[in-house]
Write a protein that binds this ligand. Structure first.
Ligand code: PHE
Length: 338
């Protein structure tokens, strides 16, 4: 009888090892340990043994039962854990990662704007902000732009009311700064400006400028030229240079248009610079005495220069963009190139 029990334990353990589902094991449990299971039948057969053998065999049967119950129980636990894990893995939703979504990038115009800001900040300029919805007082009157100046006409400026407009230039920020801060002043003011232009390859009704203003004792045009020369070198190349052409702005006197040597051909002449070797990048000049005194700064004591860089233009030059409308369209095929 003992051999029979040992064989039963062996064969049951082998079945336990082979089992691949919890169901198989519960069936096996009934088959061996259930009411009419094989081990139960052996237990019942004990009564036919000689009296003296019964306790010994009883102990063997009991030990076999405990061992098998334990083996079945732990294998069931193992399989259930495995099944649960498989289920969890197959139903897994990872809410933290959506790797189909592409990360955005900095728009080329903003990259240029940041580069320009960093350049001027490294030279000690402070960065100021100024409203996009502006009064004619700051955009025109205080900048010495007379009431009958053509820039004030409806076809050039977006009017909200007859005294409130969308600023046509960041130069309004010069006045706002000089009203608040007294010299020495060294500030830049980057931002959007608006003009009532039909969009075409060279015009957009909204574009970007970066205004610069330096006011102190003894500031001259040499300071302006030296600073703009290093600006051109920083943006284009070590060999870049700038040239001044006489111009007119009501708020600067004298006024200049500033050209940089063409970064594409190095000044030899190409289709980007239309064969001239130069590209216009900004307007500038010495702050008009009337603007200084209008802001309560004595023009006999202080002088200053101001400039307004066209950021869209610099971006177009740096990247060879030949249509001013494209950077505003948000077309992913354009943006992906940067
Ligand atoms: N505000 C001028 C423009 O929009 C540029 C400028 C700025 C000129 C500062 C002189 C000084 O064209």
């Amino acid at each position: 009888m003992k051999q029979k029990i040992v064989d039963l334990v062996e064969s049951t353990k082998a079945k336990i090892d082979k089992a691949i589902s919890a169901k198989e094991l519960t069936d096996l449990k009934v088959e061996v340990l259930g009411k009419s299971g094989e081990l139960t039948l052996i237990l019942r057969g004990l009564k036919d043994l000689p009296e003296a053998d019964r306790p010994i065999m009883g102990k063997v049967v009991n030990e076999a039962r405990v061992a098998l119950e334990k083996a079945i129980g732990s294998k069931i636990g193992e399989l259930e854990r495995k099944e649960l894990n498989e289920k969890l893995m197959s139903e897994r939703i990872d809410i933290t990662i959506d790797n189909k979504r592409e990360l955005g990038k900095i728009h080329p115009l903003n990259a240029i704007k940041r580069k320009a800001i960093n350049f001027f900040v490294s030279m000690g300029f402070i960065v100021t902000d100024s409203p996009e919805i502006e009064t004619t007082y700051y955009n025109f009157d205080m900048l010495n732009i007379p009431f009958d100046h053509p820039a004030r006409e409806m076809q050039d400026t977006f009017f909200v009311t007859d005294k409130i407009i969308l600023r046509t230039q960041t130069s309004s920020g010069q006045v706002r700064t000089m009203e608040k801060v007294k010299p020495p002043i060294k500030m830049i003011s980057p931002g959007r400006v608006f003009r009532s232009d039909e969009a075409d390859a060279t015009h957009t009704p909204c574009f970007h400028q970066l205004e610069g203003l330096v006011v102190d004792k003894g500031i001259t045009m040499c300071d302006l030229k030296g600073m703009l020369a290093s600006f051109a070198k920083h943006f284009f190349s070590e060999n870049s240079s700038v040239r001044f052409r006489p111009s007119h702005f009501p708020f600067t006197e004298p006024s200049v248009e500033v050209d940089a040597s063409c970064p594409h051909c190095g000044g030899k002449g190409c289709n980007v610079c239309k064969g001239t070797g130069w590209i216009e990048i900004l307007g500038a000049g010495m702050v008009n005495r009337r603007v200084l005194s209008g802001c309560g700064i004595d023009p006999d004591v202080y002088t200053g220069f101001a400039f307004g860089v066209g950021l869209d233009r610099i971006t177009a030059i740096c990247h060879g963009i030949n249509d001013a409308r494209v950077p505003f369209e948000g077309d992913i095929r354009f943006l992906k190139q940067f």
